[in-house]
Design a protein around this ligand. Structure first.
Ligand code: AMP
Ligand code: ZN
Length: 484
């Protein structure tokens, strides 16, 4: 395993911390997955690609990663913050005439197809919420037994006041919430809750719902957060290494997940909470139904109708890999602006990188790395281990492609080695067939090297011009003249 330390920004500590797995060499990661009632957009994919890079970075360091990303196919309400309205899947079923299960299957397939287009490695496990109702019921019962939840009218609520650590992740303590923090509107519509800050573990259902299950409290369906606690505990254990998601999930989703898992199992579930910033829209036209108020209009969100899909990119002639390249240009904890200019620039830069790589010859034997190549590799390794500093890693990659101090074959090896982390599919870029050099060209190269050794720059320049006139690109390297 690696000797280069890994640092990650831990939302829980509000700081970068050195990462050490609980049970090396294994690293368990839980990543909140898509809600499959509508298209999964490129904003969602920013978060999934971030987790993919985290996984690849850990694998590059020699760890044995086990990644679980769930599929949320039940439980999200039309207004999650207020915990009111119809279940989103049920709503989609009612308005489209398709069954809730058909809709979930359709968007799950779109998510898997687009994940593959973006070169996201498949998670080791993609559990569906609807397959884990018994686990959710068991955890809910456990919370009631431990005095942390109560049942009323067929609903079960988490008793937030009984959990002393509430607010540990987001800073949204009960006092803060009561004072109007975080705009949690659900505080006003308390309905049958003991306290407005309590949240639902189980909701009462009725026969009209397509997705309802029997429970000790009658027919119903799970609340928004319990699925992730139940599935993470089942597949990664009561304590695991890393939990990821988009920044909007810190509260209430992940705060509530801690309350549920710690409440049921007795200890904090996650060592590192890693959250990715949002993809925002710059000068893209919004769809007609998008709300036009300032802040919200640039946040890509399904409810606002301003979404771009992987298929939209392809229709516009943009390679999905160019989007992945664009994501590499910003740190995952910074907002990233998607504009026509930024995606076009990413496409050009990717094309250039591919062209540079294609010009580098392949070799069957891998000699030991030269000192220069080792230095570059260390710099790359250090960057990715420093809280996934991929913008720096990308600059190193681009410079490596043109670094004349490193032999061309070795440059190719380095680029492919780096791409194990970047995931730009550079290994599909074929090397151009090496040009067969005529005796005349060989002679010019030899004469030029002799002229340079004799510090006869005038002659050396003349010979370079002659080679260029013959259609060659001339590079000066530590090993002498190189023609491409
Ligand atoms: P959802 O399907 O809405 O539950 O979202 C799936 C994941 O995408 C979550 O981790 C969200 O935080 C994340 N997400 C949603 N919108 C964006 C965005 N515009 N940029 C980055 N991540 C997002
Ligand atoms: Zn989740």
């Amino acid at each position: 395993m690696t000797m280069t330390p890994i640092y990650l920004y831990n939302t829980l500590a509000r700081n970068k911390e050195q990462f050490q797995p609980l049970n090396p060499p294994r690293v368990g990661i839980y990543s909140c997955g898509p809600t499959v009632y509508k298209d999964i957009h490129i904003g969602n994919f920013r978060t999934f690609v971030m987790t993919d890079w985290l996984r690849r970075m850990l694998e590059y360091n020699g760890y044995d990663v086990y990644l679980v990303r769930n599929i949320t196919d039940v439980g999200h309400l039309q207004n999650d913050m207020e915990e009111s309205g119809e279940d989103k899947l049920e709503h989609a079923a009612r308005t489209t005439g398709r069954s809730a299960y058909e809709i979930a299957a359709y968007y799950t397939e779109q998510y898997m197809r687009d994940s593959a287009e973006l070169s996201i490695l498949p998670p080791h496990l993609s559990p569906k919420a609807t397959d884990h109702i018994p686990e959710m019921l068991a955890m809910t019962e456990r919370l009631i037994e431990r005095g942390l939840a109560y049942a009323v009218n067929g609903n079960v609520y988490y008793d937030v006041n009984r959990f002393a650590d509430y607010g540990v992740l987001s800073g949204n303590t009960v006092e803060h919430l009561r004072a109007g923090g975080h705009g949690r509107q659900q505080m006003e519509i308390a309905e049958d809750k003991d306290a407005p800050e309590d949240f639902a573990l189980w909701k009462r259902g009725d026969e009209s719902r397509q997705m309802s299950w029997q429970s000790p409290w009658g027919l119903g369906f799970p609340g928004w957060h319990i699925e992730c606690s139940a599935m993470a505990t089942k597949y990664l254990g009561e304590q695991f290494d890393i939990h990821t998601g988009g920044i909007d999930l810190v509260f209430p989703h992940h705060e509530d997940e801690i309350a549920q898992s710690q409440g049921a199992n007795g200890h904090p579930p996650v060592r590192f909470w890693v959250h990715g910033e949002f993809l925002i829209l710059g000068n893209r036209k919004m769809k007609a139904d998008a709300q036009a108020n300032e802040d919200d209009s640039i946040k890509m969100s399904r409810s606002k109708g301003n979404v771009i899909l992987v298929s939209t990119l392809k229709e516009e002639g943009i390679d999905p890999m160019a989007y992945r390249y664009l994501l590499l240009t910003a740190h995952y904890r910074s907002k990233l602006n998607f504009t026509d200019e930024s995606i076009t620039a990413a496409q050009h830069a990717l094309n250039n990188l591919r062209a540079d790589l294609a010009a580098l010859p392949t070799t069957s034997s891998q000699a030991a790395w030269s000192a220069e190549a080792q230095q570059v590799q260390q710099a790359f390794h250090k960057a990715i281990n420093d809280d996934l500093d991929l913008p720096t890693a990308l600059v190193i990659t681009r410079e490596t492609a043109r670094n004349n101090k490193i032999a061309p074959q070795e440059r190719r090896h380095l680029l492919l080695d780096f791409d194990r982390v970047l995931g730009l599919r550079l290994n599909t870029v074929e090397a151009k067939a090496p040009r067969v050099l005529s005796d005349e060209v060989h002679a010019l190269v030899r004469q030029r090297d002799e002229a340079r050794a004799a510090r006869n720059w005038k002659l050396s320049d003349q010979l370079r011009d002659q080679l260029q006139a013959l259609g060659f690109e001339v590079r000066d390297t530590s090993r002498g003249t190189e023609v491409l």
